[in-house]
Structure formats: structure tokens, C-alpha cells
Design a protein around this ligand. Structure first.
Ligand code: ADP
Length: 432
């Protein structure tokens, strides 16, 4: 290209010189040079015109030309062909992606940055009842109006999927998972999870039924054991030991059944927030009294609670969650330990903190603590009457209150269990 440019400049100089020499012949060298320049300019304008005409009809082969203009035509022609090939490749790729998405059993819906439906596959058509003629370009929240879906869609927090009954058939359950891409465009994946939900419901019902059925025989057993214990002194010593063990184990089983029933109630019942917001400071004062009774006044329990900060929710459930945390702190720390309860808020949320200076928990256990029946040290747990369900209950209660549990602990230094609630779940400035 550089060489061509140099040649073109030489050509210009040659034309100017020729014009000047011819003009000199008539005693007008400047006029001669100007005429030569005009001729050259005319040539370029003509080529430019051919270029414009060709660009307006891009399917035709480029016009024939030499030197610099020939190079320009060829360059544009090759660029156009490359573009066309790339476009074709992209179109094929897009077609393949669309074909494979069509073949998916899960619904795929593309939503543009304005929230309008752009494209969907056959499965989405069936699962959501979409119709090509009436729904394209409609806002997704116009079609899926369930308040929970609208909240999920607007939250922009799509880490977890959302499961809801289908709006076409209440007995079917659909799992929605949104992914953000491009410039605020969204990809919505929809899956029929009715079978999984059914199995889950069967598991929950089974646990609830078994626990319920165990309750009556256990009450009878504990009742008789209590009566026998009144006459324990009249029994031989080796029987007395057996009786004590049976009484302890039946109490443990009763705890287990109660915790299992609590958990299944939390899983299956609808959440009902109490009409009146809960006075957390008062609640903490009450569970402090219970915790001191459990500890036999052998622990120090300090409470620092914001009396103006109220929480919306179920007082019973929250009481059960907070006391589980406080009772754990009593059960798993030695006598003389100090436990601090804090209830406060900042600009991000409200926090209930239960902190102790006990033996702490090794970091490798922290991620599993809220799993059912997970225990750090089962021998210690059975001594304390633990069921391994306490923290699972806490997690479920918090989930029902839009909250979550955070656990931090350093071995030999103590543990801190924090219940974190969104500010929307709280009420500030109420007179106590
Ligand atoms: P459990 O009914 O056995 O107490 P949880 O689910 O309440 O079950 O607790 C799970 C495990 O977490 C317990 O077995 C215990 O080892 C550990 N744990 C809970 N709280 C504390 C604490 N404050 N300090 C040390 N370990 C704790």
C-alpha cells in the first residue's frame, strides 16, 4: 500500500510537471499545472462515483480499476466476503443453538433488557402456556404474575432457583432459574419439578407421621419409668442403674421426636407473621432466664439489645431459634463461661448475635453444622441431651424470616452464631 501511495504521489508530480511544461509552451505554466490537476481530480471523482455505485449494489463484482483504486476495490471486496462468511457462520451457530434449545426438555426463555419476552423454546411454550402470536414482546411479569416470581425477578439475586406451583395447573410445580447476560438481558430456565416435590412431600409426611406415632408409646413409657423411679430405692442396685439409663434415654427420644415434629412443621406449614411486631429485647430477657436455669446459674449471660428494634415474624418460631442458640452456648461451654447476646442493626440489616468464650468449633465442621443430625462430637452431644437437630431448626426458622445464619468460631477461643435479617423484616423506633 505504501508503495502504491508513493507511486500515486509520483504520478501527481509527473502530471503537474507535464501540465507545467505544456503550459510553458503557451507561456502559461501555472495554468497548465492547474489543468493537469483538474484532469487528475476528475479521474478520482469518477472512480469515487464507481465506488459509491458499487457499494449501493454490493452483490455485483467490484469495478475494474488499476493502481490505488484497484487496490481499494479489491480490499473492500475481500473485506465484504470475509464479513459475509462470518455472518453465515454466526447464523449457522445461532440456528444450531436454537435447534438444541428447542430439543431441551427444560423451558428456555430469553428476556430482553426491558423485561419483554424475546424468544422461547417448545418446552417453555408447554410449561408456561406461551403463544407465539400473542406473547412475543410482552413483559414476563405480565405473564408470570405470582408475587414471589415478581420479587425474584426484580431482586436481581438469582443464586438460588425459585419453586412455585404452576399457574396452569396448581398441582404441578415449576422451578425457575434466571441468569443475567449481555446488557441486562435475562435467560429464564423453567423445569417441571413436580416429581421431586412429590417425593420431598412424601419424605416430610413420613417423618411427621412416624414422629407423631412415636409420641404416644413414648409418653406411656416415660410415665411408667417416672412411677418406677419413685420406688427405685426398693429395687436392687443394678436395676436402679438400668432405670436411670432408661429414664435418660426416653427423655432423649422425647426431645428427638419433639425436634423432628418442629422441623416438619417448619417445612410443611405456611408461614404466618404475627400481626404485632416482636419485641426482641423482651424475648431475649425471657430466654436468658431459661438459659440460666438450664446452666444452674453456672454461666454468665449478658444481654445487650436495642429496645427500639422490632422484628416481624412468628414469636414462637423465633423463640425456638434463639433459645436453641443460647442453650447450645450453655450446653457446649464449661461452667463459668461468659455468653453475650446482642441485638442490633446497621445499614445492611439487623443481627442477633450469640457469642461465647467456650472451646469453639474446628473450622472443618462449620459448613455442616446446620445439617440434620450433624454433631461435632457425638459423645459430648449425647451427654448434653443434644439431638443434632437444633441448628437445622434455627436455619429453617431464619429462612422463613428471610434471614440466614452465619457461624464463626475459633477453636479454644469461642464461637459466634449470628442471625442476620434484612431491614425490611424489622421495625424501628417503636416505643418499648
Ligand atoms: P445438638 O442438638 O446436638 O446440640 P445442634 O444442631 O444444636 O445439635 O448443634 C450441632 C453441633 O454443633 C453440636 O453437636 C455441637 O457439637 C456444636 N455446637 C453448637 N453450638 C455450639 C457452641 N456454642 N459451642 C461449641 N459447639 C457448638
Amino acid at each position: 500500500m505504501k508503495l502504491l501511495l508513493r507511486k500515486e504521489i509520483l504520478r501527481l508530480v509527473a502530471w503537474l510537471l507535464l501540465g507545467a511544461v505544456l503550459g510553458y509552451y503557451w507561456d502559461q505554466p501555472a495554468l497548465g499545472a492547474a489543468v493537469a490537476l483538474l484532469v487528475l481530480l476528475g479521474q478520482h471523482i469518477w472512480q469515487l462515483q464507481r465506488l459509491v455505485r458499487w457499494l449501493q449494489a454490493p452483490h455485483e463484482t467490484p469495478p475494474e480499476a488499476q493502481r490505488l483504486w484497484g487496490e481499494v476495490f479489491d480490499g473492500i471486496y475481500h473485506y465484504q466476503r470475509r464479513q459475509k462468511a462470518d455472518q453465515q457462520q454466526l447464523a449457522q451457530l445461532l440456528e444450531r443453538i436454537q435447534d438444541s434449545s428447542q430439543a431441551l426438555r427444560d423451558g428456555v426463555v430469553m428476556i430482553d433488557h426491558k423485561g419483554d419476552l424475546e424468544w422461547w423454546n417448545h418446552a417453555a411454550e408447554k410449561l408456561l402456556g406461551l403463544s407465539e402470536s400473542s406473547d412475543r414482546g410482552q413483559p414476563i411479569t405480565y405473564l408470570l404474575r405470582h408475587p414471589q416470581f415478581v420479587d425474584y425477578y426484580e431482586s436481581q439475586n438469582y443464586q438460588e432457583p425459585l419453586v412455585l406451583p404452576s399457574h396452569l395447573n396448581e398441582e404441578h410445580f415449576l422451578e425457575y432459574q434466571i441468569t443475567l447476560f449481555g446488557e441486562n438481558d435475562r435467560l429464564l430456565l423453567v423445569r417441571d419439578c413436580s416429581k421431586m416435590k412429590g417425593l420431598e412431600r412424601m419424605r416430610q409426611d413420613f417423618i411427621a407421621n412416624v414422629s407423631h406415632e412415636l409420641r404416644t408409646p413414648l409418653t406411656v413409657l416415660s410415665g411408667y419409668l417416672e412411677t418406677f423411679s419413685d420406688y427405685a430405692e426398693q429395687l436392687p442396685t443394678h436395676w436402679q442403674r438400668g432405670l436411670t439409663l432408661m429414664t435418660q434415654q426416653s427423655a432423649r427420644m422425647e426431645h428427638l421426636v419433639t425436634d423432628l415434629l418442629t422441623l416438619s412443621r417448619l417445612e410443611t406449614s405456611d408461614f404466618k407473621a404475627e400481626a404485632e411486631p416482636i419485641n426482641v429485647a423482651e424475648l431475649l430477657a425471657a430466654i436468658r432466664v431459661d438459659a440460666l436455669a438450664l446452666s444452674g446459674q453456672q454461666h454468665q449471660v449478658l444481654v445487650d439489645a436495642d429496645t427500639q428494634l422490632y422484628l416481624r415474624g412468628s414469636a414462637n418460631e423465633l423463640r425456638s431459634a434463639f433459645s436453641n442458640l443460647l442453650f447450645n452456648a450453655v450446653k457446649y461451654t464449661p461452667q463459668g463461661s461468659c455468653i453475650e447476646l446482642r441485638w442490633y442493626h446497621d445499614s445492611d440489616g439487623a443481627y442477633l448475635e450469640v457469642k461465647d468464650d467456650g472451646p469453639g468449633i474446628d473450622s472443618k465442621h462449620l459448613a455442616f453444622l446446620t445439617q440434620r443430625f450433624y454433631r461435632v462430637d457425638s459423645s459430648r452431644s449425647s451427654q448434653t441431651g443434644g439431638t443434632g437437630l437444633g441448628l437445622a431448626i434455627v436455619k429453617h426458622v431464619l429462612l422463613r424470616h428471610q434471614g440466614r445464619l452465619e457461624i464463626s468460631s475459633v477453636a479454644e477461643q469461642g464461637s459466634c452464631f449470628t442471625c442476620r435479617f434484612p431491614l425490611s423484616q424489622t421495625l424501628l423506633g417503636r416505643a418499648a
